[in-house]
Design a protein. Structure first.
Length: 458
């Protein structure tokens, strides 16, 4: 990856006295991060880059202090009114104390912003971007975006807490995220937490544990998408008209060890979509990935007797139906505050109509073109919320629409396409996994043609 220094930020995480040797919550060898961070800051600033720092800034009696809870000890875990699983710590980084100050040897000359976090008495903050309720923003994201920053390099204390949560949020918000490995140290509580955090930050293609909804995920391309996510460790809900088929598909995914379900849904009917979405949010606490795969086609010429009816049927399903699903699910994704990915399966037919004489499909082409521009609109609207929106435009892939292809089109795939074959549904699934993983964090507003080279030939 090429890094543009002028669009790069060094984010120094909590290099404060209480986290260094002799401090109230000392990280083993914590002061060893100082010199590497100073060197990166000096080099980056000289090339036009930016440097920012975070600072734990707790009031006395903060909710994360074990001393604030009778009978509790450091290391205990409690639920608060705002956060489940709050770890209790020794009193540390109390506002105005020496322990809250930055390490004396940390060079702050290049630092142009200091973000103080955890200053609300009832709410802790590990991430540089969000308080621990995952909703309250620190303001760092807006500042970074205002500067046109693309890449964030981070280091500091501690690897398994504030660095980890900052890095994961940074990736989910769409920034290239780099950990300066020689400039981080970990708490190591509980045992193995440092190794776990490093492994999770390294695994760029990981979708394990994500909650995924796939419309039409019971067969064809949708079935391949459902399987690809399940193989990657994600949980999958299938929405489809034939719920028996959907339940069978979900049952076949059980071998991958996640949570799977199928609910009846005709995306062309808003009331059906609304009811299905309600079932989804009973099954999942939140949705991380939505794949809009359901769609229909036609072989009826537009100007024939039944052409207008077919136009309405296809456009209502492909374009309006997809909008119905997004309308019901995307707001809940925004409300959850975890970012995510929305992928719509469009078509190479949104970009070319060269086969229209032998395979008339006007409403299909028009609806898929509409989905592509709708995708780009949503990428702008939802990008501010950390939700990436993209479409995939397949060419000739094996699906339930194969039966309607004329022989001439089938022969053309075998003879003329650079790949000389139809694609397989699982290949589209793999691309969906990529777009939903940390590796796809910079993909937004893309109409990705995936056609075996079909657009390269006439």
């Amino acid at each position: 990856m090429t890094i543009n220094a002028a669009r790069t930020l060094l984010l120094i995480i909590d290099v404060q006295n209480d986290f260094c040797p002799g401090g109230a919550l000392a990280v083993n060898d914590g002061d060893a991060v100082v010199q590497p961070l100073n060197a990166i800051a000096k080099s980056l600033a000289a090339k036009g880059g930016r440097v920012a720092a975070t600072q734990d800034w707790h009031p006395a009696g903060h909710i994360s202090f074990a001393s604030s809870h009778n009978g509790r000890n450091p290391g205990d875990v409690i639920d608060t009114s705002l956060v489940k699983g709050q770890v209790l710590w020794p009193d540390h980084c109390v506002q105005g104390t020496k322990g809250a100050d930055f390490h004396d040897d940390l060079d702050l000359k290049s630092v142009s912003l200091i973000i103080r976090k955890g200053f609300r008495g009832e709410l802790d903050s590990y991430s540089a971007f969000f308080e621990n309720d995952k909703k309250t923003q620190t303001g760092l994201e807006g500042w970074i975006k205002s500067l046109g920053i693309e890449t964030v390099i981070m280091g500091g204390l501690a690897t398994d807490y504030c660095v980890f949560f900052s890095a994961m949020d940074c990736k989910h918000l769409g920034f290239n995220t780099i950990i300066a490995c020689d400039a981080v140290r970990g708490v190591g509580f509980p045992e193995g937490s440092v190794e776990k955090a490093i492994a999770e930050m390294k695994d760029a293609y990981d979708v394990k544990g994500l909650n995924v909804v796939v419309t039409g995920g019971n067969r064809g391309i949708g079935r391949g998408i459902s399987q690809a996510f399940a193989e990657g460790g994600a949980n999958v809900v299938i929405l489809c008209r034939n719920v028996d088929s959907g339940k069978q598909a979900a049952k076949e995914l059980e071998k991958f060890g996640g949570k799977y379900a199928a609910f009846q849904c005709d995306i062309a009917e808003y009331d059906s979509v609304k009811a299905a979405a309600a079932e989804v949010f009973k099954f999942f606490p939140n949705v991380d990935v939505l794949v809009n795969n359901s769609g229909v086609a036609t072989t009826t010429p537009f100007l024939s007797d039944n052409g207008l009816n077919e136009w309405l049927r296809v456009v209502n399903t492909n374009l309006h139906g997809t909008a119905f699903v997004i309308y019901e699910i995307a707001p809940k994704m925004v409300e959850a505050g975890k970012g995510g990915s929305i992928i719509t399966i469009s078509s190479v037919g949104a970009h070319r109509v060269s086969g229209s004489r032998i395979h008339p499909n006007a409403p299909y082409h028009a609806s898929k073109a509409g989905l592509d521009i709708f995708t780009r609109h949503l990428a702008v609207v939802l990008g501010d919320k950390g939700i990436r929106v993209n479409s995939i435009c397949p060419g000739n892939f094996h699906s339930d629409l194969d039966k309607d292809l004329p022989q001439a089109s089938i022969d053309r795939v075998a003879n003329d396409l650079p790949m000389h074959r139809f694609g397989e549904p699982i290949e589209i699934g793999a691309l969906c996994v990529y777009l939903s993983s940390p590796a796809g964090a910079m993909c937004a507003g893309i109409n990705l043609v995936f056609d075996g080279g079909a657009m390269c030939i006439r």
